[in-house]
Design a protein around this ligand. Structure first.
Ligand SMILES: Cc1cc2nc3c(=O)[nH]c(=O)nc-3n(C[C@H](O)[C@H](O)[C@H](O)COP(=O)(O)OP(=O)(O)OC[C@H]3O[C@@H](n4cnc5c(N)ncnc54)[C@H](O)[C@@H]3O)c2cc1C
Length: 232
């Protein structure tokens, strides 16, 4: 994916609340965000180039800020920084070979659901460093030993695939009108209760699977998410 974010002062949002925006005009298949960050707010959008019809994320973000429904939230904003870049999500086939180890974005570890890559990068470091240190002590950084160490990243790969399948089912493969229907269901008190109960941004799979299983309106999405369920 590709993302673009500006850091601004003067965004008119509710204190401490993350605003999310979606729809094909501003974040095809994905979402845009306005997230408070101390004195400033980070406002960004992300998508896949193939879904963007030749437009850039910057153009999508401009459109978000001009949307009549909420442009007053953005009218007092002053930009103090901008960031753009690829968001590689999809672990590479061979993250480690003889004497070479890829970490973080280089290994394709960003989360398919949020684009966050810092947490997964550190999780990978925690996971593989002890094994790499052992290999170093034995002076064995051969292809075979490195592939063995990469094998410890198997659960990360599976979890990333399942999150992607759930994201595709709920968001990326939904039309704008299907998204309206999904949000109408998410806004129901019993669904909000479920989200508050087991929803966790770092671990979205349990909530996604439970919603597919327990909320009748989401059964139609089950076909799309079958990969996520089977990979479980
Ligand atoms: C718009 C946007 C918003 C994001 N928001 C978030 C967020 O809110 N939370 C989150 O967790 N993640 C976020 N991410 C993703 C996050 O930024 C990355 O996942 C994270 O920075 C990856 O860290 P990294 O160390 O793996 O790679 P990088 O941060 O890309 O670091 C790699 C470094 O290697 C350097 N380098 C490259 N080639 C060479 C070379 N040949 N020799 C020497 N140095 C080299 C680069 O200059 C760079 O400094 C966002 C990404 C984007 C694009």
């Amino acid at each position: 994916m590709i993302g673009f974010q500006v850091e601004v002062t003067g965004y008119r949002g509710q204190e401490g609340r993350l605003d999310m925006y979606t729809g094909s005009r501003i974040a095809p298949g994905f979402f845009a965000w306005a997230i408070p960050s101390g004195e400033t707010t980070r406002i960004g959008t992300w998508s896949k180039p193939g879904l963007m019809g030749g437009e850039s994320c910057e153009q999508l973000l401009d459109r978000l800020r001009e949307e009549p429904l909420w442009r007053n939230r953005f009218s007092g904003c002053k930009e103090i920084g901008r960031f753009c870049g690829p968001i590689p999500s999809g672990m590479v086939k061979r993250p480690m070979i003889g004497r070479v180890a890829l970490f973080g974005d280089a290994a394709g570890l960003c989360k398919p659901t949020t684009g966050g890559g810092i947490g997964p990068g550190f999780a990978q470091v925690d996971l593989v460093t002890p094994h790499l240190l052992d290999a170093l002590k034995c002076d064995d950084l051969s292809d075979g030993r490195m592939s063995e160490i990469a094998g410890f990243m198997g659960p990360m790969r599976r979890s990333q695939r399942r999150s992607k399948a759930l994201r595709d089912a709920f968001l990326t493969e939904s039309t704008d009108s299907e998204l309206d229907d999904i949000f109408a269901v998410w806004a129901r008190p019993e669904v909000i209760e479920l989200i508050n109960d087991i929803g966790e941004i770092e671990h979205p799979i349990p909530l996604g699977i439970k919603m597919l299983r327990e909320i009748p309106e989401f059964r139609s999405l089950t076909k799309r998410a079958v990969k996520a369920i089977l990979l479980g």
